[in-house]
Every structure is written in structure tokens, then in C-alpha cells.
Ligand binder design. Structure first.
Ligand code: MSP
Length: 515
């Protein structure tokens, strides 16, 4: 039987500097969703990459005394290294300077031109160069001449250019957003798009530039290069072979199940991109999810603000799974989150060192101490088992519902509720007292077995977020089977005679003062 497909993407990153933890956050969240779907049996295509054209890149290259190609080669490689270091399991890393992408974008542009959706016209108006964004006169006035995304001054540009008939698609776009409440998530962002941009009226979009060269040339008018957002957004289909001789992947995976991106670029993905797809006669992505920003002191983390945190330094200091966990647990997906070292250390100490780490080390330690490392097969229930087992069985369906909705923090919350309950279970059962009574040995063994089972279930359920941790848990508990996703809904699958192998603390406590 063919597996159902799932196509998920991140935005593509500007390779003009090293990525910071805000970029990494998006890639890690997308990765957790991709891993989850793979564990659920989907044929997943997870694509990420770099957005390599545009004036901003050209200017940065000049500043650094490099060619644009040298600049993007360097920083796209560095982006890949960050994603690899964070265990981001992309299937395709797509670069917009790839000749296959360039050829496909030219075909897209030609098709829109031939169909009459692109026309030539003289343009004059406000523009934000760092964001490569056009403004109408009224938008610029309302924004007092500043870019609403980055806050910098808009400049007046004047040139002959090609325009895309975006206004033609306004009514269809409004209807699509109104008819499909899950098209834009969170819902608040759909309202922002409707009220802020669509209902006030769309103007045609300038889709070519002729004052610089670093872009995809318009094939029939090479003085012009394609507006970078048209080129960039097209990556989601060119990376599947759209417009090439082999578009089998496009046929298989399109439409995307979800594009994941930050709230600052929702506008491009929910207005320009769907309008282009409508003009091409292609289906729209099923969902666009606009996540929040990682802020430092209330301001968006970014290179220009000098508050960027390097993801590699964090993974080197705290470990990959710990950082992935922190990003997805601390911030509710869709909302902004604040980053400080203190918030990070507190979260890792409480949830990983104290809760999960302790549960494992206590369980392994007690099996070791009371039974020489191997649980006896004769086991008896304790009066506290029902609550624990009921919660353990209910945890997988809860986590699944949250993972399905991209509510990573809530999925982790549900899993940590089980971990918390299990630590309390130990306090209620008081194994150290049972150990002293000869006729309570079966009960003692039964209680420790229950903890092993909880850990097996937890290990399965955390895998999308913490891909390396489950193997460490299984190794200490000597669990070699029943670790598929579906096995998390069943209690009692581990062999009774668990044989443990004590290991190092999985998540040692981080002392204050450590970076
Ligand atoms: N190249 C465009 C996207 C084109 S998609 C067809 C771009 N690049 S970017 O490098 O500036 O940003 C890439 C992604 O990272 C965007 O989704 C953006 O919202 C996200 N983030 C950048 N800084 C961020 C934070 N501080 N916090 C969270 N996400 C952040 O935009």
C-alpha cells in the first residue's frame, strides 16, 4: 500500500550571515513535525534551503569584498552545518542559485507573461531594500516612511518594470481564506491578512528589477531580473521538479501540507504565493503556519541588532536534544518567546535534569540496588498503579493530537505530566520501605516494572523533538523492541525480567554560572 505523503517546508534563509537561534527554531520545529509524520508512517518530503538572490545579498557581498556567489556558497554551507548540528532531518536542501531552480523560475515567469498575468509598466514608489518589499504610496504614508517589518527608512525607486496582476486574485484569495479556516494559522494571522491587506485592496505587484544584476534574469528581457520574492517563493515547487523534465515529485507531493515560517513573512506566503499559484493554475498549499519570534529583551533576535545567539555554541554547551527540547517546550508555537540564558538553564534543570533524568536514574538505580540489576518475573500490583497506568495509556493519544496540530509545547506538556506523575508515584509507593519487607518484594518489582514501562512510552513520544534521547533510555533499560510509535499506547509490553545497565546521568544539572 502506498504511504500517504506529507510535504513540509521551512522558509528559505538569506545566506548573508550565520544563522542564529531564531532561524534554528523554525528548522527544529519543522523537523519535529517531519519526524513525527515519519514515525506515523507518512512518506515525508521535508525541504529547506537558502534564498540566494536579491540586492541585499549583492550589497553584502560587495561589503565583504566577495562575489555574490562566493558569499552565498559560504553562508549556505554554514546554514547546512547548523541544521546538521541540530539533527534537522531535511530531505532536500534547495538553493535558489541552483541552475534547475533558475530555469524553472524563468519558465514560471514566461508562463505568467504569456497568460497575460504579467505586463510591463513604468513604476515609481517606495521600497524597503533590506526586506526587498514594495509599498504603495498609502501604505508608506501610514507607516510614516518606515518599513513595517524592519523599521528602516523606505527609499523611493523609479524604474520600468514588469508587474503581476495581483489585484485580479484579490476576491478569490479572500474567499479562499474565509472558506478554509485552517489555511492560515494561527487564526489571528488570517485576520491580520484579511483586514490589513486583502480587504483594503491589493495593488499589482512589481515583479522585476533592472537596477542590479544578482537575480534570475527575465529570459525574454535580460535587462531585468525577477523580483526576489517571486523567485524565492517558487522554491517550494521548483524543489519538487516543477517546470523541469522530471516533475514526478511535484505530482507526488504538491500541494504542500504546510509551509512553516515566521510571522514577518506570512504576508508573502498568504497573498503573493497563493496568487502566483492561482495564476499558474496550481493548487494552493494546505496550510501556512506563521510562528512567532525569538526575542531578546522584547526585540526580535537578528544579526543587525547584535543580539544573535549562535546555535552551535548552545548545542556544544548543553547538547542537541536539550536545545531542541528547550525551543519547542518553552515557546508556544505561534507565539513569541523570550530568550535568556537563565530561562534556558531553569528549563533544562527542571524538566530534563530533575524530571526526566531523575526518573530514569531513580528507576535504574533502584532495580540495581534492590534486585542486582534484573527484575524478577514474579510481580504484584500496588494500590497506586491504576492512576499511573490510566494516565500512561492516555498520554500517547494526547501527544498525538497536539503534534498533529503543531502544538509542540502542549505535546511535551502532556508527556511531562506523565513523568511528573511517575515521580510522585515513587513517593507514594515508597519502594525503599517495600525493600525492607520480605513479603513486599513482588510489589516492589511490580512498581519498578511500571516505571520502566512509563519510560519506554515517554521515550517513544519524545522522539520527534529529542531524536537521540530515546536510544539512551532504551540502552539503560535494555529495551530492544516495542519502540514503534503505536507501541506507546500500550502498557506492559516490555519483558518482565528487565535487566538494567546503569549509565551516566543523561541530563546533568547545570550549575548557575555555567554559560
Ligand atoms: N528569505 C526570506 C524567506 C523566503 S521564503 C520563500 C527570509 N529569510 S530570513 O533568513 O530573514 O528568515 C528566514 C526565516 O527565519 C523566516 O521564516 C523568519 O521569520 C525566521 N526568523 C528570522 N529571525 C527570527 C527570530 N528571531 N525568531 C524566529 N524566527 C525568525 O525571510
Amino acid at each position: 500500500m502506498n504511504k500517504p505523503t506529507y510535504y513540509i517546508t521551512t522558509a528559505i534563509y538569506y545566506p548573508n550571515s550565520d544563522l542564529h537561534i531564531g532561524h534554528a527554531y523554525e528548522a527544529v520545529a519543522t523537523d519535529a513535525a517531519a519526524r513525527y509524520k515519519r514515525l506515523r508512517g507518512y512518506d515525508v518530503r521535508f525541504m529547506t534551503g537558502t534564498d540566494e538572490f536579491g540586492k541585499k545579498i549583492e550589497e553584502e557581498a560587495t561589503k565583504q569584498g566577495k562575489t555574490p556567489q562566493q558569499l552565498v556558497d559560504h553562508f549556505s554551507q554554514s546554514a547546512k552545518e547548523v541544521f546538521d548540528a541540530l539533527d534537522v532531518s531535511y530531505d532536500v536542501f534547495w538553493r535558489t542559485t541552483d541552475p534547475r531552480h533558475v530555469a524553472a523560475v524563468q519558465k514560471i515567469f514566461n508562463k505568467l507573461y504569456e497568460n497575460g498575468d504579467i505586463y510591463k509598466h513604468s513604476y515609481e514608489g517606495p521600497y524597503c531594500t533590506p526586506c526587498e518589499a514594495f509599498y504603495t504610496a498609502s501604505q508608506a504614508k501610514e507607516a510614516e516612511g518606515k518599513c513595517t517589518t524592519c523599521g528602516r527608512d523606505l527609499t523611493q525607486i523609479s524604474e520600468e518594470a514588469y508587474f503581476f496582476k495581483m489585484s485580479k486574485y484579490q476576491d478569490r484569495l479572500i474567499k479562499h481564506i474565509e472558506d478554509n479556516p485552517s489555511f492560515i494559522r494561527p487564526a489571528s494571522r488570517a485576520l491580520e491578512m484579511l483586514n490589513g491587506f486583502l480587504r483594503p485592496g491589493l495593488e499589482d505587484l512589481c515583479v522585476s528589477r533592472s537596477t542590479f544584476k544578482w537575480g534570475v534574469p527575465v529570459s525574454f528581457d535580460p535587462d531585468h531580473v525577477t523580483y526576489v520574492w517571486v523567485d524565492a517563493l517558487s522554491n517550494y515547487i521548483t524543489g519538487l521538479g516543477y517546470g523541469s523534465d522530471d516533475d514526478a515529485d511535484f505530482k507526488k507531493y504538491w500541494p504542500a501540507d504546510v509551509h512553516i515560517l515566521g510571522k514577518d513573512v506570512v504576508r508573502f506566503h498568504t497573498i503573493i504565493w497563493p496568487a502566483i499559484l492561482m495564476a499558474l493554475g496550481e493548487e494552493l498549499p494546505k496550510q501556512v503556519f506563521g510562528h512567532g519570534w525569538i526575542n531578546v529583551d522584547g526585540k526580535k533576535m537578528g544579526k543587525s541588532l547584535g543580539n544573535a545567539i549562535n546555535p552551535m555554541e548552545l548545542t556544544d554547551t548543553y547538547g542537541v536534544d536539550a536545545i531542541r527540547f528547550f525551543l519547542l517546550r518553552e515557546i508556544s508555537f505561534g507565539q513569541d518567546g523570550n530568550y535568556t540564558t537563565e530561562i534556558l538553564i531553569n528549563r533544562l534543570n527542571s524538566d530534563l535534569a530533575n524530571d526526566l533524568g531523575n526518573l530514569l536514574s531513580r528507576t535504574v538505580g533502584m532495580i540495581d540496588k534492590y534486585f542486582g540489576g534484573t527484575l524478577p518475573s514474579v510481580q504484584a500490583p500496588t494500590p497506586h498503579d491504576d492512576d499511573l497506568i490510566t494516565l500512561a495509556k492516555a498520554t500517547a493519544p494526547k501527544a498525538e493530537a497536539h503534534y498533529d496540530a503543531l502544538e509542540f509545547d502542549k505535546a511535551l506538556d502532556a508527556i511531562w505530566a506523565l513523568i511528573g506523575h511517575s515521580n510522585k508515584y515513587i513517593d507514594l509507593v515508597e519502594p525503599w520501605k517495600l525493600a525492607k519487607e520480605e513479603d513486599k518484594q513482588d510489589m516492589l518489582a511490580g512498581s519498578l516494572y511500571n516505571l520502566v514501562e512509563v519510560l519506554r512510552i515517554v521515550a517513544i513520544l519524545i522522539e520527534p523533538v529529542m531524536p537521540s534521547t530515546p536510544a539512551k533510555i532504551y540502552a539503560q533499560l535494555n529495551i530492544t523492541g516495542n519502540t514503534n510509535w503505536g507501541d506507546a499506547s500500550h502498557f506492559g509490553l516490555a519483558p518482565k525480567e528487565v535487566q538494567v545497565a546503569k549509565g551516566d546521568a543523561m541530563f546533568p544539572r547545570i550549575e548557575k554560572g555555567v554559560k
